[in-house]
Design a protein around this ligand. Structure first.
Ligand SMILES: O=c1[nH]c(=O)c2ncn([C@@H]3O[C@H](COP(=O)(O)OP(=O)(O)OP(=O)(O)O)[C@@H](O)[C@H]3O)c2[nH]1
Ligand SMILES: [Mg+2]
Length: 204
């Protein structure tokens, strides 16, 4: 089986990439499978910059092509926050429940019509042999008044999808993977993936 390495230490992302890549015939490995892989500092100002930083650093370290994901929640009433700081919004130590509680707290006075938000995902595919490719995807929603649902990760329990009448955490993984920002970004990448892989073969 072909293998793709994803430069992530996020278990929720790892699980989603597995179910997104298995049907395409790829086995997925993440940095959780490699002891001692570098924790790349996310010093970029955009999701794209951070995805490129992670993908290029790990591609160099491993000497092969690597995919990275930088993603997060953009809330209009919070001027786009938590944005690139989504993973650490409530403090340096990553805590999904605390991050979610902080967003709910900040939106306490904000009426439903103004609670618009989107999840955004930038993917970067990097290799020591060729130029990095970046793509992105998003999904629109509303921030719910309180958390609902047990599935997914991060802010999923408060990300309400109007057309589904459910939060992202109330969808099963198949349903989330049909509409998510990550899945949408991957669809765009797919159109470029074959050419990228052909160039990898040619460079060997
Ligand atoms: O409810 C959610 N459903 C999602 O589908 C989702 N995707 C991203 N996020 C949030 O955005 C941060 C990413 O930050 P991020 O890209 O730096 O990842 P991370 O630091 O968790 O792992 P790594 O990939 O960097 O190792 C995550 O931690 C989450 O808080 C999501 N929340
Ligand atoms: Mg991160």
């Amino acid at each position: 089986m072909k293998t793709v390495i994803i430069a992530t230490k996020n278990k929720g992302k790892a699980k989603e990439f597995e179910s997104l890549f298995h049907p395409k015939g790829y086995e997925v490995l993440t940095l959780l499978d490699f002891v001692g892989a570098t924790d790349v500092e996310e010093t970029g100002e955009t999701f794209e910059e951070n995805a490129i930083l992670k993908a290029e650093a790990i591609a160099k370290e491993f000497g092969r092509f690597v995919l990275a994901d930088d993603s997060g929640l953009i809330v209009d009433a919070l001027d786009g926050r938590p944005g690139v700081y989504s993973a650490r919004y409530a403090g340096e130590k990553k805590n999904d429940a605390a991050n979610t509680a902080k967003v709910l707290d900040e939106l306490e006075e904000v009426p439903e019509t103004e609670r618009t938000a989107r999840f955004y995902c930038a993917l970067a595919l990097a290799s020591p042999n060729q130029e990095t490719i970046t793509v992105s995807g998003s999904v629109e929603g509303l921030i719910a008044g309180k958390p609902e649902g047990e599935n997914g990760f991060g802010y999923d329990p408060v990300f309400y999808l109007k057309e589904k009448g459910k939060t992202m955490a109330e969808l099963n993984s198949e349903e989330k993977n049909a509409i998510s920002h990550r899945a949408n970004a991957l669809k765009v990448l797919e159109r470029k993936l074959d050419q990228f892989l052909a160039r990898e073969e040619g460079n060997r």
